[in-house]
Design a protein around this ligand. Sequence first.
Ligand code: AMP
Length: 418
Amino acid sequence: MNLKAPRGTKDILPPESYLWLEIEQVVDDVARLFGFDEIRTPIFESSALFKRGVGETSDIVSKEMYLFSDKGGEEMALRPELTASVVRSAIEHNLISQQGALQRFYYNSAPMFRYERPQMGRQRQFHQFGVEVLGAASPLADLQTIAFGIAVYNRLGFKNFLLKLNTLGSEGSRTKWRSELVAYLRDNLDALSDDSKRRLEDNPLRVLDSKNPADQVIAAKAPSILDHLDTGDSDHFEELKVLLDAAGIKYEVTPTLVRGLDYYSRTVYELTSSDLGSQDALCGGGRYDGLIKQLGGPETPAVGFAAGVERLVIVLQKMRGAAERPAIDCYIAVQAENARKTLIDLASGIRNAGSSVMYDLQGRSMKAQMRDADRLKSRFVLIIGSDELARGEVTLKNMQTGEQRVLPVAEASNLKLS
Ligand code: AMP
């Protein structure tokens, strides 16, 4: 039988897995700096949550959801995104029930599932980190989510990314704009792609961010939401731009940016990278002031983003070359017979002192052990030779300088080599 990982999924193997660890560490560090709390929710939920939360007409729900009936007959979905789950969880645990309650959540390397056509940067199981700020209507909260994302990319050394910014207005402004947009698209129906013709009926906003060149020509001249904002929406957008300027964050207002999920209101944004191919979005987010109420909670403003980890890994590998296993501090090479107790004591002593230690597990020759130490880029090698061991000593070799010194076993087992 030819067993393979399912199409659109990937095994994350070493040394690439070290990049993942690094990214997860950076996200945790940034979350600590911003004072965000981690949230973890189940990877499957009742499918009704996403149908109601993300919207039946979104591609994610209408085409891409992994659905299954559990043995109790309930229809479940592998989560395609996390915002709906976080909101469900916050309502269920009364985390936003009090007036003025504020939650700043983040999640890290969380697996998501969408039945999409796989290509570079697009998988069926992929991973996201992201934030959700529940309870803040101020554009300062929008800024904070954007600043969080940018802090992660900056810390990882990213250069070529761009913030695309738009507003979808709140319900009133959007309804008016939507009907003008539909009328305009109907007038131009013949020029639209088949996909967009279909979308025109159930999700006309999506026509605006179509990748089809013919659609893009039509989209460029479409009525803009920016001409339909009410005062509240337009103040919010202007204030956010002032805040972004104050924070030194460059952005490009992109009136065709609409995002694929139905729950957004007012601010939407994407960070894109020119180091990615056609799937150039590193992260996407925005404000979803209506979602919490829609899912049965109190009326609560909220804003957040989700960022793809696979795409981050692609850019990092492009910037740095293929991932490498990090060097270890110490390799213990054993020449002497009956040295196992010394080996075990040394290894645990050095590890307890905080340095990494590896040794051979296959009974290989001294030469093979030294080759192993080289391959692992060990900074030091501790040699347990027969003669030295008889005197209660071992040899420490600095692999960078080639320098060697003999020292008592007791001293060696407290070595701090990192
Ligand atoms: P979305 O929830 O669609 O706004 O996606 C947010 C981010 O998750 C995107 O900007 C991508 O970086 C990433 N992403 C979304 N879908 C996929 C996918 N199928 N494969 C890999 N990354 C994805």
